[in-house]
Design a protein around this ligand. Structure first.
Ligand code: CMP
Length: 137
């Protein structure tokens, strides 16, 4: 069993497709063991994406992530990190396989509907960023 962090980003929240995206996870056998809808502050978005702080897209990424509310979730299941990434599709929706979340709901590499942890190690760090132990059940 693994746990991974998923974020439904502001573009998908604005499109009112939270339920449709959650259905993809549940239909694939992942279980939501924690969930919250929040509006990140600029400081929080910068801290969450700190690993990208030197990339040219960092400022736009932060601006986008604070442009509306997001839904953060902990997904649990066998091979959850990779399963979630397969369900999401490529970072750039133009390269995402048909039937993936980003192919179906995302507009651009910036507004790409979802974020998912890229490794078990980062999943632990990202889960702890959003959730306390007692919020995960
Ligand atoms: P995400 O999985 O949330 O991780 C970092 C985000 O930066 C990524 O999704 C994209 O939305 C955004 N981004 C913008 N430009 C790029 C790029 N050239 N490479 C990777 N990520 C990018």
């Amino acid at each position: 069993m693994e746990q991974t962090l998923s974020i439904i980003k502001p573009d998908a929240v604005k499109k009112n497709v939270i339920g449709k995206i959650i259905d993809r996870f549940e239909s694939a056998g992942l279980r939501i063991v924690a969930i919250k809808k929040i509006h990140l502050s600029e400081c929080e978005a910068k801290a969450f994406y700190n690993v990208h702080k030197d990339r040219p897209f960092f400022n736009d990424l932060v601006k986008f992530m604070v442009s509306g509310s997001v839904v953060a979730m902990v997904l649990e299941g066998e091979n959850a990190v990779m399963k979630n990434r397969d369900l999401m599709g490529a970072t750039n929706p133009k390269e995402a396989k048909p039937g993936t979340i980003r192919a179906d709901f995302a507009e651009s590499i910036d507004a790409n509907a979802v974020h998912g942890s890229d490794s078990l190690e980062n999943a632990k760090i990202e889960i702890e960023f959003f959730f306390s132990k007692r919020e995960i059940c």
